[in-house]
Design a binder for this molecule. Sequence first.
Ligand code: PLP
Length: 285
Amino acid sequence: MSRIAYVNGRYQPHRDAVVHVEDRGYQFSDGVYEVCEVRDGRLVDERRHLARLARSLAELRITPPMAAPALSIVLHETVARNRVRDGIVYVQVTRGVARRDHAFPAPATAPSLVVTARSLDRSKREEEAARGVSVVTVPESRWSRVDIKSIALLPNVLAKQFAREQGAREAWYVDRDGFVTEGASSNAWIVSDDGRLLTRPADQRILRGISRAIVMEVARAHGLVLEERPFTVAEAYAAREAFMTAASQIVLPVVRLDGRPIGAGAPGPVAAALRREFHRHTEFS
Ligand code: PLP
């Protein structure tokens, strides 16, 4: 079955889906995006993802391409046309097409909107979570507004490639003071050696992950001791458990960090329980 992409008002065959060379996303990475999990043909926490998209757009003063209810129809239609039951839907908005000039184009310039969807193999993802994955640390190298889900991802690309070359699934950024910020495409968590669930507060140094917020709700509902505070790499090495969260991965246990086993070197009970309970706390649409 051929894939379909939505590009600026049209559903097109994916292979023919293109944007203009002077799209500001292409020229300047002047845009934002969202990734929403699709599960059993429904979107997971779409409302929160669209709210974060609206915030990212507002922070960069990009005009929303359409109102949230209309965008929701496009997301569902793209998922349906691609027959995605389990996977992701991706939405990208840029400041539009204009003659190349760094400053903003004329206010009437229409933003560009692209939506794609693709299937992910659910059983393979479950197998990966049951095995756990490796992570390597890298120095924080990003700009100071990573709370905005911008498409400017070059430091993330380089970190992810470094991880891949080391045989790892993800890279965790470490700031100048030795604290883990987050992953190249996920939020970072540990269960400390004294049993506390730790993740960095959602300031401007991390993306306020939707999965992160859900895991916090699950943790509270199950009476876990949760602390939103930065943790060091040393704490992570000594942790009982570590894991990462993202819409495309849910809760993914980390069993090795920089080549050292975390805890018993196998997925731990807290991460497994959070993953199991995750979708009881999400909204489906
Ligand atoms: N942090 C970064 C840098 C990300 O790119 C992502 C997801 O892509 C996340 C965190 C996790 O966010 P969410 O749980 O909303 O997918």
